[in-house]
Design a protein around this ligand. Structure first.
Ligand code: APR
Length: 177
């Protein structure tokens, strides 16, 4: 993939990074770093399930699951966001198991399903960089490149919501590059 590849739509989306808790984001959609079973987890997934309320577990079990690299949408329930996009990033296994392609696909599919649902703004956590152990700098490079180049035309704002200073620093470096 080429870093200089042009944006495929008309006006490119604004990309912003900030410290925060994604459950408080008021973007149209927020992204959950989900597992393939769409079960309640820990990390950002646990926080989203707790804040969204019991309707979320029912909606996820009705969908049933999502492959690694994919994304599905549910309503936001009690969250400020209208939609939750459940994106399944890869578990880091050393980098030889298609992890970069699968992580890029999780971001790309999230943007696509959010745009199909009608979202114009979306907030991402740093998918796969917690429990799934994807190295932060490499994951940030994939996230920013994919969002910069592959967002569908309807998406106008992409926020990277960082839970700690190291994650914010990685995004700020990548966004300014
Ligand atoms: N808001 C924003 N970011 C958060 C929040 C929050 N409330 N809570 C945690 N994070 C950050 C973590 O600090 C990390 O930078 O989200 C990033 C992703 O970490 P994880 O939640 O561990 O996600 P991931 O590495 O993709 O692992 C997914 O964990 O909870 C389970 O069900 C989930 O099995 C799946 C796995």
């Amino acid at each position: 993939m080429c870093a200089g590849r042009p944006y495929r739509g008309g006006v490119p989306p604004r990309l912003r990074a900030a410290l925060g808790d994604i459950t408080a984001e008021a973007t149209d959609a927020v992204v959950n770093a989900a597992n393939a079973g769409l079960a309640r987890g820990a990390g950002v997934c646990g926080a989203i399930f707790a804040a969204a309320g019991p309707g979320l577990a029912e909606a996820c079990s009705a969908i049933g699951g999502c492959p690694t690299g994919g994304a599905v949408v549910t309503p936001g329930f009690a969250l400020p966001a209208r939609f939750i996009v459940h994106a399944v990033g890869p578990v880091w296994s050393g980098g030889e198991q298609d992890e970069p392609e699968l992580l890029a696909s999780a971001y790309r599919r999230s943007l696509e399903v959010a745009a199909e649902a009608g979202a114009q703004s979306i907030a991402f956590p740093a998918i796969s960089t917690g429990i799934y152990r994807y190295p932060l700098v490499e994951a940030t490079e994939v996230a920013v490149r994919t969002c910069r180049h592959d967002a569908p035309p309807g998406i106008q704002l992409i926020r990277f919501v960082c839970f700690d200073d190291a994650t914010l620093a990685a995004y700020e470096r990548e966004l300014s590059g």
